[in-house]
Design a protein around this ligand. Structure first.
Ligand SMILES: O=P(O)(O)OC[C@H]1O[C@H](OP(=O)(O)OP(=O)(O)O)[C@H](O)[C@@H]1O
Length: 189
């Protein structure tokens, strides 16, 4: 079921961001172009394994958005985006996000105490993004039914578990070794 996903990830070029080995892929960057077959495989895998008894899908800007869109179309569940742009709307919550190569503020809007949500992002790597978001969303009283990171890079998922107690649902586990993406496992193994 994940043939296109694996093929595409294994072909990812690696670019350096400082010391960080950054893989470039349609799932995580929209570059090179995303084959709809690949996007469909991802949406089907999330549909199959995630808890979809939820009120909203919550995407992290930027590269959670296409994944949330595909899942929303497949499920008829609405999605909201955690943006890098501040709106200053009532109830807006700011979250500081630090990755292996940068940082920014994220802004949570239109999420309300007691709502059941699925949080989706493309990659978990240092865990900086998901740890900060999970802590904030839990403090806001949201019920995180599933936390999805399509790609678990290095120790990402393990770090999130240690820091928050939350099990991230990931479709592919990979690492960058000797300048290449190496697939370690998939959810279908
Ligand atoms: O586990 P971490 O080390 O936090 O890395 C994961 C985060 O890094 C990327 O975000 P980035 O801020 O680069 O944004 P983008 O989605 O706009 O590319 C990715 O989309 C995740 O949100």
């Amino acid at each position: 079921m994940l043939e296109e996903v694996i093929k595409s990830l294994e072909a990812s070029p690696i670019v350096k961001k400082g010391d960080y080995n950054y893989f470039v892929n349609p799932i995580s960057d929209g570059v090179p172009a995303m084959d709809p077959l690949l996007l469909r495989e991802l949406a089907l895998a999330v549909h199959k394994y995630a808890d979809l008894n939820i009120d909203k899908i919550v995407a992290v800007e930027a590269m959670g958005i296409h994944l949330a869109t595909a899942l929303s179309l497949a499920t008829d569940i609405p999605f909201v985006v955690i943006r890098k742009r501040q709106y200053g709307l009532p109830g807006e919550t700011e979250v500081y996000q630090k990755t292996g190569y940068g940082s920014s503020n994220l802004y949570v809007n239109d999420l309300h105490e007691g709502e059941k949500i699925l949080l989706i992002d493309d990659v978990v790597s240092t865990g900086g993004t998901l740890v900060a978001l999970i802590k904030t969303l839990e403090d806001m009283g949201l019920d995180l039914k599933s936390v999805v990171a399509i790609i678990d890079k290095g120790d990402g998922k393990k770090i999130v578990k240690k820091e928050t107690g939350v099990d991230v649902l990931s479709i592919v586990k990979l690492d960058v070794i000797d300048g290449k993406v190496v697939i370690e496992s998939t959810i279908e193994d």
